[in-house]
Design a protein around this ligand. Structure first.
Ligand code: SF4
Length: 293
């Protein structure tokens, strides 16, 4: 069969589902390529992760269309035999980085997040590391809440034993931190730790960040905290979190909910905080001349 793939979100971040679909079809002797409108395919798979991405309206010639991903609907799932495939990293020309999930699900049910609805409100182990890692130097871990999983110790141990540089891309839930979990995380050769302080009223998160601030390896630059804005917070509350985090030795990183409709001030705040060259030079937002940004 001839298979066409479409990554509707663009190619900035590899689509894991498409890499698994590619792997499964190649394993079955099929020809797989990025779909083009002049070719004819037995099947075309279109994947879209983000709801805000416009759909691909290009006409493809195919016997069968399969659309999937959270950008289309929350219910679509890969068949189990495809889900378990080792990703075809070649599809995106990826040489030395592995991408994947060791766990799925999250108990938190944050109102702006679809993980609970899509994957369930328990964190549970889905695979062991070799399912998506084969001696690559870097690992981009996509788990929503790995330390909420009862198997956290085993899974963090697998990451530590890999010797690869691990980026916990989706954030580690600081509210669940214990000394044992922090020690297990520190055994991992991590390149970046991400935490989150989404709700400014949640002082428990601030307390936990404070409690563990001197535990982490490395410098402020590799311990980042996502600060959710434009979702039930005022500009003052956003600034408060940014300053408090910097004071504690964490690197704030602004996330904007529904960015298209966000106030200008919030977008300027994001530009100031997330551009680290500017953020380290200009200490206060009031001094940031956004007209030059
Ligand atoms: S903790 Fe993270 S993954 Fe879990 S529901 Fe909240 S935002 Fe989603």
């Amino acid at each position: 069969m001839k298979i066409g793939l479409v990554d509707v979100d663009g190619h900035r971040f590899p689509n894991l589902a498409l890499m698994k679909i590619s792997s499964w079809h190649k394993g079955n002797g099929d020809k797989v390529e990025w779909a083009g409108s002049l070719e004819h395919y037995d099947k075309v798979y279109m994947a879209k992760v983000f709801t805000f991405t416009n759909d691909d309206l290009q006409a493809y010639q195919t016997e069968k269309f399969i659309k999937g991903g959270t950008g289309y609907d929350l219910a679509s799932k890969l068949p189990e035999d495809i889900e378990r495939c080792y990703p075809d990293y070649e599809l995106y020309g990826i040489k030395d980085t592995a991408y994947g999930y060791l766990t799925r699900g999250c108990p938190r049910q944050c109102p702006f997040c679809i993980v609970g609805q899509k994957e369930g409100t328990n964190s549970y182990k889905v695979v062991d590391l070799p399912q998506f890692w084969s001696e690559q130097r870097y690992i981009k871990l996509l788990d929503p809440n790995i330390i909420a999983c009862p198997d956290w110790e085993n899974l963090l141990g697998q990451l530590a034993d890999s010797g690869a540089w691990v980026d916990f891309t989706q954030g580690i839930d600081i509210r669940l931190m214990t000394d044992e979990k922090a020690a297990a995380i520190n055994k991992v050769k991590y390149s970046m730790l991400h935490f989150a302080w989404d709700n400014p009223a949640d002082m428990g998160t601030l307390e936990k960040l404070k409690e563990y601030r001197s535990v982490w390896k490395g410098s402020q630059r590799n311990r980042s905290v996502y600060v959710l804005t434009n979702f039930d917070s005022t500009h003052e509350e956003d600034l408060y979190r940014v300053y408090a985090l910097r004071e504690l030795g964490y690197d704030p990183y602004i996330m904007i909910y529904d960015k298209i409709h966000a106030p200008k001030e919030t977008r300027y705040l994001q530009r100031w905080v997330n551009n680290k060259r500017i953020f380290r030079t200009i200490k206060y937002f009031k001094d940031y001349d956004h007209t030059r940004g």
